[in-house]
Every structure is written in C-alpha cells, then in structure tokens.
Design a protein around this ligand. Structure first.
Ligand SMILES: [Ca+2]
Length: 508
C-alpha cells in the first residue's frame, strides 16, 4: 500500500497510535553501507541501491521549525500540497509516532546534535530575556537553562567529520550566538556554515531586500555545497526557519491557497502556513533532483523532520501544541528516505525521538561513537533493515520551564502509556493510554494508580540518573494577576485564530 500521501486524518490517527495494519509495518530490506552488514538486504535492493562500497553514504538532515505532525500531505493534511515530500514518503519510511525530544526549538536541536536528553546537555528551553526564571507569572522558580551547547559535547557533525565527511550547516543554529567560536556551528564540527544573515536575510525574516525567499536561498547554498563536496561523503544539516510564525509566504502561493481556503470550511486551513510548507516542499524537490542529476541519490540518506510540535490551532485532534508535553507539542512528522528500501512507502509505528538521530547516523556512516559521551537514543537501522519494531524502551522528556501557555513538566512514555508530571501544584501527574486515547482526553491517574506510580517512579529515577534540574521552589515574585508577555507575534491576514478574535502566545 503506497497510499501514504492520500491518507485522511482519520486513517492517519488510526495507524498513528492504534492500528497495526499489516502493510504499515516496517519490513524494509536494505543494504547498509559496507561493513555494517545488516542481514536481510535483498539482492534486488542491493542492485537498485548500489551504495558505493568504498564510501559511506551522504547524509542530509532537513529540520523544520515548528512544523506540526500533520502539516504535510504524507501525514494526512489534505489542504497543503507537498508532492515531493509525499514522494519521499512513498519511497521511504514514515514514522507515525516520531517525537521531538523537547517541545521547543533549542533543546530539541541540542538533543539532535548531542544525542542526549535535555538534562545531560542542560539546554532546557530557549533562553528568553523577556521571560527569565522568577518572572511574575511563574508559580515556581523555573530551572536555569543553558543557552549554549557546551564545546565539550562531541556533536554528530564532529563524529561524522572524524569519519571523513565534509560537513555543512545551513540555517538556524540556536545553540550559541556568534559567527565564529567554539559554540557556533563552525566550532561544533561544521566546515561550511551558512546563516540566513550570510544570504542577506535579517533575523526571522523570510525575504531579504533583494526579494529572495529564505527557503530557496538556503537550498541554493545546499546545492552549491553538494556540488563542491560531491567527491567525498558529505553531511548536510539544513535547518530552515520555515515554518515558524509569523508566516511570510510567497504572495503567489499564498493567493492560491487563499482561494483554496475560501472553498473550504475548515478554519485550520491557513493559506499562509500552507504556502510556507509548499515552498519547503518545492525545495525538497530541488534537493532530490540535484542528487539525481549528480548520480548521488543512490548513496544519500535523507531525514526530514521538525524541532517541535505545531502551534495549537493546527495540531488537533492531538492535544496541546508547541511548548507542551501533550502529543501535539512533541509529535512531529518524520520520513527517512534511502534508495535501497524494498517495498517502499511503509509506515513504522515504533516510537522514536530526536535523540535517536545521532546513533542512527553513526551506524550508517560506520563512524565511531564518542568515547566519553552517553548517547541516549538507539539507531533506527534495524527498523530500516526490516525489523518491525525497536526493542521496548522508555522515552523521556524534561522541560522544567515556562514557555507560552505551558508550565514546567516532565514526561515518560512506556509502551502505550504516557505519564506527564506537572511540577506546579505539588507535582500532580496525568496518565494516558495512547493506544486507546491518542488525544489524551481521559486521565487514568486516579483509576490506574499502580501504573501511574510505577511510571512516576521510573521518571523520578531517570531524573536522578541524568541530574535533571527540578523546579520545586515557589517563586517569591509570583503574581497570580500577572499577564504573560505577548511578544511581537504577527498575524497572517488569513490566520484562523485571528478570525476568531483570540491572540496567541509567542513561543520560541
Ligand atoms: Ca521550533
């Protein structure tokens, strides 16, 4: 069944959490590079894929900003048109239960680069001077978050660089300010570094004064990098600002979607968001065409995902959105494309997370793990090689901060169950069975206290083992009447929330 791109939301939800549809398991046969030697690669896959025997595969990681779990066609969005991503999905492996390891930007990026959960690298949230710990609307003293990924962390780029990869970074770093130095991409393993500013874009702007569009310009830089590095294995980390609000789409695309929205009755069909997503899709198509032109596609692994869940108005029917540990805040689209996949278009419902990318890329590249750095994730290679599921494991999140409308929280997923610990109000917790209640509407903490206690105990043990900072002290400056800041959010003229007369918190 290659119907990924045309699935309805109902179908997506069915496979995303509940269904175990036969055709939607990952029984992918492919040949990993060289000495990895994962068994089971079919001979036809071998001949079709032809990964170059003496060269590790190229890797392109495309990380979107704030793209929610259903903002693309292959995840069930029927408004936006994403033919190139849908094609990747039909030829690749879609993960129906992929998670960002944090509900906002910087911590997830740190998890991707370090392979570690947030307590280990200490980047818990975007450090925002407008909302420091002790702000009057905080009931508790939020944990202090680092704003920079320590130079002592061996990033995945550094590990691949040591394996002989050419490494290129393009876009939004958010793990340390500045253009040069140990906390910038250049100091963390990337030989080529292209910020939006290098291309003439102001901070958070989608158009530069010449009228270039950011997603296009970043992709131009990626294609140039590929041209220059096609004779060595390369690692591209493309971290577009899209699709972060405020949206600033190309007018022609926006107008086309405005006309389409006028014919629809679903107010979540935001033309500006859709136009932003389609612009991304066009550029994914450009990358793929370029790889094919250069005869590199057969030896290039593509990973497409997002740094956190979408904004609230677009994540339904999942609960919550960016900044929260409910599914809407951390569930993200994820597709992995590799030319040697057999029976393409599979959907894997094993829960996976940002922390897994590092060990996955290490295995693909046959690179050496850093000797003194715990890697919290597991490689997806067995799934890609044909296993139906990863061995059972627990996934964790720790977000001891305030952002947007969310409050400090920690979470654990174990099998179908997920427990969220809220640190305010004495640490109450909520328990959900995602198999039967993917929308997190029925809190089972009271009706199943044994499970809640067991998961809380496991979460507490993990917090202790990782040295997680726990917000427990009351904030002496807390003022129940204090308003949260509404920082600079702009609205699309077609924004559904604005039409309803509500305002949105700005979260990073
Ligand atoms: Ca983000």
């Amino acid at each position: 069944m290659n119907a990924v791109g045309s699935m309805s939301l109902r179908e997506i939800m069915r496979f995303a959490v509940a269904a175990r549809l036969q055709a939607m398991h990952c029984r992918l046969a492919f040949l990993l590079f060289g000495a990895i030697g994962i068994a089971g690669a079919a001979s036809e896959a071998e001949s079709a894929a032809a990964p170059r025997p003496n060269r590790p595969p190229n890797v392109i990681v495309i990380l979107m900003d704030d793209m929610g779990w259903r903002d693309v066609g292959f995840m069930g969005n029927e408004f936006v048109e994403t033919p190139h991503l849908d094609q990747l999905a039909k030829q690749g492996l879609v993960f129906s239960q992929a998670y960002a390891s944090a509900p906002n930007c910087a911590p997830t990026r740190a998890c991707l680069m370090s392979g570690q959960y947030t307590p280990r690298h200490g980047i818990y949230t975007v450090v925002d001077p407008r909302q420091p710990p002790g702000s009057p609307w905080h009931k508790l003293m939020a944990a202090d978050s680092k704003a920079e990924l320590s130079p002592g962390v061996t990033t995945v780029a550094e590990s691949l660089q040591a394996r002989g990869y050419s490494t290129g970074f393009f876009g939004m770093w958010n793990l340390g300010r500045g253009r040069r130095g140990p906390i910038t991409p250049g100091g963390q393993g990337f030989e080529t570094v292209v910020f939006p500013e290098n291309l003439g874009f102001a901070k958070d702007a989608y158009f530069n004064p010449r009228g270039d569009y950011l997603s296009d310009s970043l992709t131009d830089a990626v294609l140039e990098f590929i041209d220059q590095n096609q004779n060595s294995p390369f690692f591209v980390y493309l971290a577009d600002h899209a699709v972060h609000a405020p949206y600033e789409p190309k007018p022609a695309l926006r107008d086309r979607y405005a006309a389409k929205a006028a014919r629809s009755r679903d107010e979540r069909n935001d033309p500006s968001l859709a136009a932003s997503v389609e612009a991304v899709d066009e550029n994914v198509g450009r990358v793929m065409n370029h790889l094919r032109r250069l005869n590199l596609a057969d030896n290039t692994l593509i990973v497409f995902t997002s740094d956190n869940g979408g904004t609230h108005q677009y994540t339904a029917p999942l609960r919550g959105g960016k900044g929260e540990l409910y599914e809407g805040g951390v569930r993200v689209p994820l597709v992995v494309w590799w030319s040697a996949l057999k029976n393409p278009g599979r959907v894997c419902d094993s829960p996976v997370a940002s922390i897994d990318l590092y060990p996955t890329l290490l295995e693909f590249a046959a690179a050496t793990p850093p000797s003194k750095q715990t890697l919290d994730g597991v490689s997806w290679a067995p799934l890609i090689a044909g296993e139906e599921a990863l061995p059972s494991r627990r996934l964790f999140w720790h977000f001891p901060c305030y952002v947007g409308r969310s409050t400090p929280a920690s979470a654990i997923r174990d099998g179908d169950f997920k427990l969220i610990q809220f640190f305010e109000d004495g640490g109450r917790h909520e328990l959900y069975n995602l198999e039967t209640d993917p929308h997190e509407e029925r809190n089972l903490a009271q009706s199943n206290p044994a499970k809640a206690d067991a998961l809380q105990a496991a979460l507490t043990s993990w917090q202790e083992a990782t040295g997680a900072l726990l917000p427990s002290q009351p904030n002496p400056a807390f003022d129940p009447a204090a308003d949260r800041p509404r920082g600079g959010q702009q609205f699309s003229p077609f924004d559904a929330t604005r039409r309803r007369g509500r305002s949105r918190d700005r979260v990073q």
